[in-house]
Write a protein that binds this ligand. Structure first.
Ligand code: SF4
Length: 416
């Protein structure tokens, strides 16, 4: 006889809002009659309600893995297993996503079938890490489930203090704004770091994320230690006929309100004949006008990427955006892509040698100074590298020794 559905008055409240509720998803799995995971999910709902009642989490870690890998499984053992025995183990398997999150429906069905057979049926596409997260699995089912995912051609994602699973936006495959091939770079960088993903050996995690333009659809600036944003360095391309059509569609007044006045640097002007003038030197690539006038305004022809480093959530010194490390790298040839892969390896080696335990790249840069990091990885200092507008985190190094000697002289003179 199947297990009784637990009373969940607190969880039920989470179904009352206008948005889809994860509680409804859990209940659907719990009431899937005849499915092997139905009792598993009922027990999980009971434990979750208990957590909401006592305001405490009851999952603890442990050691669960698969042959040949040191990461990728997040073990979850319940501290209240006596009361909720069916869900006493609820491990999570991280599987690396396809770059750009491209899957065909046959692949998705295969994933679902495997997880219904070996796990809870609960899948997260995609977790904050970028991985496909297969949630809820008993210890003895982890290896058989993984063997099937692996046979499909998928690899285990990252966990712990190592290179984490990367994420990329849809990129050139479907987006006209993309300034480089995000899927290719994602694939190349990850393939060069596979060992550091599967066998964590760094002071802490390192995340790479790839966005094809400054719209940053993979949220790289906020989330990634190394963020790759597509950009261009020549003039943006303006199709004046399309501009005229857009002005006609919106009306001059609305076009001025929605496009011209929204430019943060006042780089745009609408002429009397409904053509557009762009002061490209003033443009800061905010992407607003390109997003509103998709056919009329496009990135320029000289495309590449801008590399930012140090983005992350909270930890020691609060949330940080990445700051610009390389303002522009052309991305036209295979060699250009290889250069980025090499730079990632250089950053990784420097991070491995210099970061403290549990310290992210951005925190290490704050601690030792960006100038030392740039010297360590062999990058030139560039005037475009700023931490925030109107500040500059750098010092001139060219006549540094002479300046120090002069400063010491002045100090000695003042002391006399
Ligand atoms: Fe202005 Fe942004 Fe358009 Fe550049 S991309 S011209 S800054 S609105």
């Amino acid at each position: 006889m199947s297990k009784k559905m637990p009373e969940t008055p607190l969880l039920d409240q989470l179904e009352s809002g206008p948005w889809p509720s994860f509680v409804s998803g859990l209940k659907r799995l719990a009431t899937s009659e005849g499915k092997p995971y139905a009792d598993y999910m009922k027990s999980l709902l009971g434990q979750l309600e208990h957590s909401y009642t006592t305001r405490k989490g009851y999952w603890k870690g442990g050691t669960v893995g698969v042959f040949g890998y040191g990461a990728g499984i997040i073990p979850r053992f319940s501290e209240v297993a006596e009361a909720y025995p069916e869900s006493s183990e609820f491990h999570l398997i991280r599987i690396m996503p396809a770059p750009g999150f491209f899957y065909d429906t046959k692949t998705m069905r295969q994933f679902c079938d495997i997880w219904e057979q070996h796990g809870s049926g609960l899948v997260t596409l995609h977790g904050q890490s970028g991985d496909m997260q297969f949630q809820g699995c008993k210890t003895d089912q982890v290896q058989p489930a993984w063997d099937k995912f692996n046979a499909m051609g998928f690899d285990m994602g990252g966990a712990g203090a190592g290179v984490r699973t990367a994420a990329s936006c849809v990129g050139m495959a479907r987006c006209e704004m993309s300034c480089y091939d995000t899927s290719k770079l994602h694939h190349d960088v990850i393939n060069a770091s596979v060992d550091d993903i599967h066998r964590p050996s760094l002071p802490y995690k390192m995340k790479y994320k790839f966005s094809g333009c400054a719209n940053d659809c993979s949220n790289a600036t906020q989330r990634a230690d190394m963020a790759f944003l597509g950009t261009w360095r020549d003039d943006m391309i303006v199709d004046q006929d399309e501009i005229k059509a857009k002005v006609k569609q919106l009306g001059r007044k609305e076009f001025i309100n929605q496009v011209i006045r929204m430019c943060p640097t006042q780089a745009l002007a609408l002429n009397d004949d409904d053509t557009l003038d762009v002061d490209n030197k003033s443009c800061v690539r905010c992407m607003h006008c390109l997003n509103v006038c998709t056919k009329a305004i496009s990135p320029g022809n000289d495309r590449g990427l801008c590399l930012l480093a140090g983005g992350k959530r909270t930890l020691k010194i609060g949330d940080m955006f990445g700051s610009v490390i390389v303002p522009f790298m052309p991305m036209n040839t295979d060699e250009d892509y290889e250069k980025v892969v090499t730079l990632c390896r250089d950053f990784l080696d420097f991070f491995a040698e210099n970061a403290l335990e549990h310290e992210r790249l951005g925190e290490m840069i704050e601690r030792i100074g960006l100038v030392n990091v740039l010297e360590g990885v062999g990058l030139e200092i560039d005037i475009n590298m700023i931490a925030r507008p109107r500040t500059n985190p750098y010092v001139r190094m060219d006549d540094w020794d002479e300046q120090v000697a002069k400063w010491n002289e002045r100090k000695a003179a003042a002391a006399e």
